[in-house]
Design a protein around this ligand. Sequence first.
Ligand code: UGA
Length: 451
Amino acid sequence: MAEFKTIGVLGLGHVGLPTAVGFAELGYQVIGTDSDAKKVETIAQGKSPFYEPELEPLLQKNLAAGRFRVTSDVGEAVRASDILFVCVGTPQRPDGSADLSQVEAVIRTVAENLNGYKLIVEKSTVPVQTAQWIKRTLIRYAGSNATFDVASNPEFLREGTAVHDFFHPDRIVIGVESERAKEWLLELYRPLNAPVVVTDLNTAEIIKHAANSFLALKISFINMVADLCEATGADVVKVAEGIGLDPRIGKHFLQAGVGYGGYCLPKDLKAFIHIAEEHNVDFSLLKEVERINEARVDRFVRKVQKALWVLKDKTLAIWGLAFKPNTDDIREAPSLKIIRRLLDEGANLRLYDPAAMANVRQVFPEDSPRLVYCQSALKAATGAHAILLVTEWDEFKQMDWNWLRQVVALPIVIDGRNCLDPARLQEAGFEYYGMGRPSIAPAQVVGVSSG
Ligand code: UGA
């Protein structure tokens, strides 16, 4: 049996907080810490600093049960823990490489507070060979007599389904260099009953970057197929179904649209390209993935222009601002680029998102009538010359299109996520333009490609 008692989680962001609360729910004693004292205070009150379904009740339950506690004193959390999960941010630097300064800073604090053997587990997404640097840094600052192991345990949870993903992982990847580290991590994750891949440190780090890069590659691939479908009158949704049923391809991450965003895929792809270049490996395949993704917003805006001809002084409803549904995260969200482009074209925008409006307001303050934040999808659509669907929240799929037909100025929908049923919209009298599927346009413009 393993001898660890307390788990410390360093960094309470989108990865750290669900991880900490998840371990507590499994019955472990967990202490969480973050250099942002305000964030720690919010969490201590049972509130999540970001929107993540199912997280808050679980946080409150485990705080009340005394299995989870938080402190803004990082050193205290280090001293109190046997296993330390490093979950700090690894943002992007201007050259695309990962900024590891937060990792270094927290490792120095770990070194200063080492009071006996500890297992230090890197969970933040980092470039290959970071664990080696962590080891070197610990020895430099704690001395060569310090007793510790470093492991890599990349996280694969997704925003919006983080709690579910914690309890139902497809796999657990454990990069280790010692038997003790391996045993502790196997023991820790045993209750989840998931397949485990045990490997060395460098391999575990590569697995994480390769996974996110492959997901990005799938999305860019289907987006190019979408463009070809559009040019030839085929339907990319059916193509995705037709190829996705082949288990060698798989049905996930084949939704064509305005492209991928978020804090992970764009940044991790850039970092992977950068690390390949550093090691003289020509991974230009991934540069193409990136280029295709960057072109999606332009393609979408051109589609809006084709549907409406002149955009100046048109009123456009934008449904969905978060980079994907079930989150309030807008980092690298396609919506931000779309808003900028449409404002430049002189359009008036009516924005709605179920969770992300407060965050978007920080980037684009309300400026009536050019930019108006609306309290519902229906209000955003009122008086609009077109509805632009940018994020596929469930509530947009359940709208009453006959009712909407009464409030819009023109019945035009541009579905950037292919998540609406064109036949239903047609019945309600709407024109419909998707991304790589046949359009439903008025009779007089049939034959004009929407591409
Ligand atoms: C991603 C990975 O899916 C997680 O496994 C990983 O743990 C996480 O990054 C991370 O590295 O922390 P996440 O960024 O939460 O998770 O979001 P995804 O569900 O991967 O979606 C990323 C983007 O791709 C979104 O903008 C989404 O709209 C887009 N997407 C996804 C598509 O355009 N098409 C698809 O078929 C799927």
